[in-house]
Every structure is written in structure tokens, then in C-alpha cells.
Ligand binder design. Structure first.
Ligand code: FAD
Length: 472
């Protein structure tokens, strides 16, 4: 294999490639190599930033011909650090960030490097929305290819449910289209199978009419958390799809000036598509007495950015997550107890939070389980424990604690599936847990058809059939 200079200066590469090529010798390298999760301090041999699909083809072919390990990056928010690598090539799509919306059809065409805030801004001016995640600096591509859960999942479904057509660069370096009528197996796999099958360079997606939004937070003392979560759980069983609640546990009291600062809080985020006086909203807000209530007419773009700072770059993160149909009292009690216990390991170097229970279901359940790679359509709640640390020496303590907390919590979930975008494939989680055995087998068939050599292996890796020895 050639050295760094050989790659950067290779006529075979630079002759066709129009974007940026960043190697360790240039000052931009130190910033360019970093991803959101600072637990992954890796040093790629080269970072390339394509400007169009042809550039992506050139990068894939060059990496393949030179036997280079490839990491694909769009928003750089991979929790398990898949979008960087040591000694290989990072294909960073961040410069491919054009968005076009046809207001007549409501179809948005977004290049793979866009962030959620770019899509939200482009669609909001027309009163439209693409349902996606809740932190606006997350990349659309990685989120959508794993599924895409957010405040509007109950209203409109997952982000991947909105796919109309995807442009894909394959492991062979070809450009293909995937849709309901073209390369259907690939289209199926890209709806929840992550980055296993190729590099998506353009997403064509349906958007929806957003309408008026009411939202904000209700804060309760942690001593009331079990009762409030269970009570709201019952309300959500018959709530309309326009209603989404999301619980954050053991929230730092400093987040709300109205609270008693000596007491940790349960934060209930509410996003409701409707009017202030609607019965479902009155039921959710009137059900218990919060210490602070900020629910009111909301700007959706602001709601989407509310956690941007709290989830900023520069911290190490580890997490576990799973699905459940029902919020049983044993699950909620275990969850609340673990969030309180966590305060004992929290320190200036270990962030409090984020224990979260996010309501899903609704339109996500309209799609049959076998119609997409995404698994767990019957889930009504997504449960996660996400822990941040600012000092690498805290890693072992934080990861060990999170795994133990999850081992007991997961026993109270009534489903076995989980969310691939929040999975660390590190011995304490497997793809069979995410998809179930039968669907994982089907995903392996798709992988075999499109990437038999496991070229795209820095992801939650689905091995091609007969390729268990291929690294991943
Ligand atoms: C702060 C934060 C908030 C989050 N909130 C939510 C949320 O509300 N809802 C939710 O569903 N998820 C959420 N997530 C998880 C998120 O969906 C995943 O981390 C996702 O992978 C991020 O996408 P990205 O493009 O930013 O990531 P990247 O790190 O760029 O990519 C992650 C992986 O996706 C694949 N990939 C990326 N781009 C492409 C492409 N163009 N073609 C093929 N494969 C590609 C690759 O395998 C890559 O390793 C959040 C993550 C973070 C860090």
C-alpha cells in the first residue's frame, strides 16, 4: 500500500477528484479527524471531502484498489465512533449539503451531508417537515439509514419511512438508484440497515404538513417520577398520534430557575401538533402538579434545537437502549432508581443524565415489521441510558456502570429489539438483539448481494453470508 503522500498526490485519485484531500501534514487535519463522540480519538491516513457523487465514486474506487479501510461520515454523530478510523480513508460527505424542496409535491431532495437543522429550515418555510431526530446538529444520513426517531415519529413515522428514492454508490464503485421499484432489496435494507450496503449520496423523501405546535417542558421532583411516568404512560396509551412525550430523568435542577435547586428533576418534554385548548394537551398538562410548566405555543425549529448545547461536541459518550410496548411499574421503578444511583457516580468529569423514555408507536406501527430492515415496529417507547464523560480516565467506570444498569433495566422490557443507531457492538450488544435472527439473515443476503467482500464494515456490521471471517 502506498504512503500518505502517495495517496494525496496520486494522479489516479486527484485526476478525477474535485473535493478536498486532507492528510496529517495539513493544519486542518486535527479538526477534520474529530467526530462528535470524543471517546474516539482516531487518526485516519486521509480524509476526503467529495463535492458530488462522481467524487464519491472516485474515492470508493481508489480505496478499493489500494486496499484502504473506509469510514463513511455525514454528520459525524455516530455514537460508537464508526465514522472515523485509524490509518484508513474517511469519506466525509459534509460538503455535499444541497437541499431542494418541491413545495407542490412536498418531496425534498437532500444531499447526504446535510444536518437536521438544514432540512428543518428548508422545509419549515413551506410549513412542511421531514420527521427526524431531536438534536439539530445530527446528520440526516446516518440517522435516516438506521431508522430515525423523533418528536414526529408518532405523527408521521420514522425518517426511513419517508424515503422515495436514494442514490447509492456501491462497494463496486457503481452508482445505482434504490426505490420501491428499483433495486428493491437494497431499498429494503437501507430502511434501517445503516451504512452496510453502500454510500447514499442523495435522499429523496416525503415531507408532511406540520401545522401548529404546542410544546415545552413539565418538571417534577424525582420523588414523584415513578407516579408521573406511569400516569403519563396510561394517558399515552389512548393519546392521539399528534402527541409526543419524552421523559428525561435526574435532570440537573439548574436547567430550570423555578425549581428548588436541592432536588433533582424529572423533565417531561411535550410536543403536540394542535391547538392550546385541545383535550389531549389538557390531559397531559393537567394530570399532575409540576414545579415548573413551560408548555405553550412553540416554534418547531426552536424545539428541535433545545438540546443542541446540552448535546454539544467534545465529550465522550456511551449508551444502551431498547424498545418496549408497555411502561410496566417494574421498568419505571428500575429506571428511576438507576437514574438516582447514577448521581453517585456523577462528578465534574461525568455528566448527569441522560436517562430517557421517548414515546414512539403511532404511524411507525402502520408499516409491517417485515417491510423494512428497521425492527421493533410494535414499540410504544424507546428507552435509553446515555452517559457522558469529559475525562478519558472516567471511561471504564462509566461504561461499566452503564452496562450493569442496562443489564437489570432490559429485563423489564417486553421486547427484544433495539435501535441500531444507539448500539455499541462491544460484546454487550449484538445485531441479533437489534433485528432478531430471521431479519438479520435477510439483511445478510442483501449484504452478500451488494457488498460480498464487506468493504463497508465500519458500521453496525452485517456480515455477508459465508463472510464471518471478514473484519467488522
Ligand atoms: C447528539 C445526538 C442526538 C441524537 N438524537 C437522535 C434522535 O433524536 N433520533 C435518532 O433516531 N437518532 C439520534 N441520534 C443517533 C443518530 O441517529 C446516529 O448517531 C446517526 O448515525 C447519526 O448520523 P450522522 O450522519 O450524524 O453520523 P455519522 O457519524 O456521519 O455516520 C454514522 C454511520 O452512518 C453510516 N452513514 C453515514 N452517512 C452515510 C451515507 N451517506 N451513506 C451510507 N452510510 C452512511 C456510516 O455507517 C457511519 O459510520 C443522535 C445522536 C447524537 C450524537
Amino acid at each position: 500500500m502506498g504512503g500518505i503522500a502517495a495517496i494525496a498526490g496520486s494522479a489516479a485519485f486527484t485526476g478525477t477528484f474535485k473535493g478536498e484531500v486532507i492528510t496529517p501534514e495539513v493544519p486542518e487535519y486535527e479538526d477534520a479527524r474529530l467526530i462528535w463522540n470524543r471517546d474516539f480519538d482516531r487518526r485516519p491516513r486521509v480524509i476526503v471531502r467529495p463535492v458530488d457523487t462522481d467524487d464519491v465514486v472516485a474515492a470508493v474506487r481508489f480505496a478499493r484498489d489500494n486496499d484502504l479501510l473506509v469510514a463513511v461520515r455525514s454528520g459525524g454523530h455516530s455514537y460508537p465512533g464508526h465514522s472515523t478510523c485509524d490509518d484508513g480513508m474517511v469519506i466525509d460527505l459534509g460538503r455535499m449539503n444541497r437541499i431542494r424542496l418541491d413545495p407542490e409535491t412536498g418531496i425534498v431532495r437532500a444531499q447526504a451531508g446535510v444536518l437536521l437543522r438544514d432540512v428543518d429550515s428548508a422545509t419549515a418555510v413551506h410549513g412542511l417537515v421531514l420527521p427526524a431526530g431531536i438534536v439539530s446538529h445530527t446528520g440526516l444520513a446516518g440517522l435516516a439509514l438506521g431508522g430515525g426517531i423523533g418528536y414526529l415519529t408518532r405523527s408521521f413515522g420514522l425518517t426511513c419511512d419517508q424515503f422515495v428514492r436514494l442514490r447509492v454508490v456501491t462497494a463496486a464503485g457503481d452508482v445505482v438508484t434504490a426505490s420501491a421499484t428499483e433495486n428493491e432489496d437494497l431499498f429494503w435494507g437501507l430502511k434501517g440497515g445503516g451504512g452496510n450496503f453502500g454510500i447514499v449520496t442523495e435522499f429523496e423523501c416525503r415531507t408532511h404538513v406540520l401545522g401548529n405546535v404546542q410544546g415545552g417542558q413539565l418538571y417534577f421532583p424525582m420523588s414523584q417520577a415513578v407516579d408521573v411516568i406511569l400516569g403519563l404512560g396510561e394517558i399515552m396509551e389512548h393519546a392521539p398520534r399528534e402527541m409526543c412525550v419524552s421523559h428525561g430523568l435526574a435532570v440537573n435542577p439548574a436547567f430550570t430557575p423555578a425549581a428548588d435547586e436541592s432536588e433533582w428533576l424529572l423533565a417531561v418534554n411535550v410536543v403536540y401538533r394542535g391547538e392550546p385548548g385541545d383535550e389531549p394537551l389538557r390531559e397531559v398538562t393537567g394530570f399532575a402538579k409540576p414545579v415548573h410548566n413551560s408548555i405553550g405555543p412553540a416554534n418547531f425549529l426552536e424545539a428541535q434545537q433545545r438540546f443542541d448545547n446540552a448535546s454539544g461536541h467534545g465529550t465522550g459518550w456511551y449508551m444502551k437502549s431498547g424498545h418496549t410496548r408497555e411502561l410496566s411499574s417494574s421498568l419505571v421503578e428500575s429506571f428511576v432508581q438507576h437514574s438516582l444511583d447514577h448521581l453517585e457516580i456523577a462528578s465534574p468529569n461525568v455528566l448527569q443524565e441522560v436517562f430517557s423514555l421517548h414515546s414512539i408507536g403511532g404511524a411507525a406501527g402502520d408499516v409491517a415489521e417485515d417491510d423494512t430492515a428497521y425492527s421493533g415496529r410494535a414499540a410504544q417507547w424507546h428507552c435509553s441510558i446515555e452517559v457522558g464523560f469529559t475525562k478519558p480516565q472516567e471511561r471504564e467506570r462509566v461504561v461499566g456502570w452503564t452496562r450493569r444498569a442496562w443489564e437489570t433495566t432490559r429485563q423489564h422490557l417486553d421486547m427484544t429489539t433495539s435501535y441500531v443507531n444507539m448500539m455499541f457492538q462491544d460484546g454487550s450488544g449484538s445485531l441479533a438483539d437489534v433485528y432478531g435472527d430471521a431479519k438479520l439473515q435477510r439483511l445478510r443476503q442483501v449484504k452478500t448481494a451488494w457488498d460480498p467482500q464487506n468493504f463497508f464494515r465500519l458500521n453496525s456490521n452485517i456480515k455477508p453470508l459465508g463472510g464471518d471471517q471478514l473484519d467488522g
